[in-house]
Design a protein around this ligand. Structure first.
Ligand code: NAD
Ligand code: ZN
Length: 457
């Protein structure tokens, strides 16, 4: 009581694009009686259990806000067994301050309210799969994402289960954070596999080396410690080894923490192009430790900052102005929500490509010598210009500078891009910050002019 379950539940449902059911409201709708009256009659719990079971029996995923006492009923606890159950954290003082003076039958007297709080706490702990205090925390928990400084040091407790763990890390990260990861895994660490640092890791030959080196059985867990290149190849190896073993990315770059390690996309490259072979394989947990970024070179930070600004524009919040750890948490929650709405990239997830059609074209025209973050900064500039949205934040935060590449090559690459269908390129644009629109058909001449403005000379 007083935790804010209804408010948070409604906000969570909105973020995940799922229907929302408030158990109390469902009882009132089903019986035509007020909760307080049913309580006096002594039939409320029975109606509540029926309403919860009915809501959870549907096939469509949805968010249900339970009443505070619902878990006292064994029928509800049984119904929750297959659901993901989130405890909304609140301390007794805050809860009492919120409900005191109201008309809730069980919140009329402070002493008995506090007794109830103490009595129910162990029940909540028993049924909850995770706990959260705000909507971002709820989204992150639903996606299995844990964001906390210092979590590398206690990895063993954050990797679900108690099975043996094999670690994949890149050669550079191994030298920086490998030892702490080993210590954090404690007795669960079984073996460590190194892949080359950077994009070189994303090759089929590297995946094959991993497959052949693994000694995991199906219960074993693969932990991938590194940037997006490491988590992409390790995730792909996890998706395919024994037709899929559980995996836990521990991203060590800003790109990884706000983007690459979230959402279950894994891949290797082919000589014909990037990310052409891969699989969707949602991690059993993602462990984000912002402290790991302390050792990241400035250029790599800049790559991540471009994705952070992109996310802030999609979300309509100035994430880049927050302390980095807070920005990471909100950006990660945003990506988790979008990917939970659209795990297989069939619709809403395409908004994450904001600025990327231009970025990919410039990268291809530069034979991939252009850092992704620099390309995205330019791509965002073009997308905002075509959207008629102010570009000053992007200019101040990312300082995009025109690149020297061949204009015709860049244009040809853009036209070939998979987002171009039929005649006109389809782009992600913003009606305003926070209001993305996908699949916008833009006249080719306008797109070409926007692309040209990103190219120097
Ligand atoms: N799967 C997805 O959804 C997704 C999304 C975005 C990007 N990606 C992929 O991610 C890759 C890019 O990832 P990235 O930008 O993280 O680069 P990266 O993995 O290539 O790492 C960049 C460099 O930073 C080093 N490094 C990593 N962590 C460090 C740390 N904490 N301290 C010091 N050095 C460190 C690495 O050794 C490497 O040399 C691309 O291959 C891209 O395709 C995937
Ligand atoms: Zn990107």
């Amino acid at each position: 009581m007083g935790a804010g379950k209804t408010t948070l539940g409604a906000a969570l449902a909105e973020r995940l694009g799922r229907p929302f059911v408030d158990a109390d409201a469902a009882v009132e709708a089903a019986t035509g009686c007020a909760v307080a009256d049913l309580f006096r009659e002594g039939t409320f719990r029975e109606h509540e259990a029926r309403a919860v079971a009915a809501a959870l029996a549907g096939r469509e995923p949805l968010v249900v806000a339970l009443g505070g006492g619902a878990v006292e009923s064994p029928a509800v606890r049984e119904a929750l067994r297959d659901a993901f159950t989130l405890l909304v954290e609140v301390d007794a003082d805050t809860a009492w301050a919120r409900v005191a003076g109201g008309d809730r039958p069980l919140a009329q007297d402070e002493t008995s309210f506090r007794e109830l709080y103490e009595r129910r706490a162990p029940l909540y702990a028993e049924v909850a799969d995770a706990a959260a205090a705000d909507v971002e925390g709820a989204v992150l928990a639903a996606g299995g994402v844990h964001v906390e400084s210092g979590s590398l040091g206690r990895l063993a407790t954050l990797v679900p289960g108690d099975a043996a763990v094999e670690l994949v890390t890149d050669a550079r990260v191994a030298g920086i954070h490998g030892m702490e990861a080993q210590l954090g895994l404690g007795g669960r660490a079984r073996a460590t596999h190194e892949v080359p640092a950077g994009e070189e890791a994303k090759q089929l030959a590297v995946a094959e080396r991993l497959w052949r080196g693994f000694r995991l059985d199906r219960d074993g867990v693969l932990v991938a410690l590194g940037g997006g290149a490491t988590t992409d190849v390790a995730g792909f190896a996890a998706a395919t080894y024994l037709r899929g073993v559980p995996w836990v990315p521990v991203p060590t770059t800003l790109v990884g923490q706000v983007d690459a390690a979230i959402g279950g996309k894994t891949a290797v490259d082919l000589p014909e192009g990037k990310n052409l072979v891969g699989a969707f394989h949602w991690p059993v947990r993602t462990v984000i430790d912002p402290e790991l970024l302390d050792t990241l070179p400035e250029g790599e930070l800049l790559n991540g900052r471009a994705e952070l600004v992109k996310t802030g524009l999609l979300l309509g919040e100035r994430l880049w102005e927050l302390p980095l750890g807070d920005g990471i948490r909100l950006a990660a929650a945003f990506k988790v929500a979008v990917c939970l709405r659209d795990p297989y990239d069939r619709g809403p997830r395409q908004q994450l490509n904001l600025g990327h059609t231009f970025a990919h074209a410039l990268e291809a025209a530069a034979d991939f010598s252009l850092p992704h973050g620099r390309a995205v900064a330019l791509g965002l500039l073009a997308a905002l210009r075509l959207s008629g949205v102010d570009t000053r934040d992007v200019e101040r935060e990312l300082r995009p500078e025109p690149v020297r590449v061949d204009r015709d090559r860049a244009w040809a690459a853009l036209a070939r891009d998979k987002k171009a269908s039929g005649g006109s390129p389809r782009l992600v644009l913003l009606d305003a910050p926070g209001r993305p629109r996908t699949g916008v058909e833009v006249p080719p001449a306008d797109v070409r002019a926007a692309l040209d403005s990103l190219i120097a000379g």
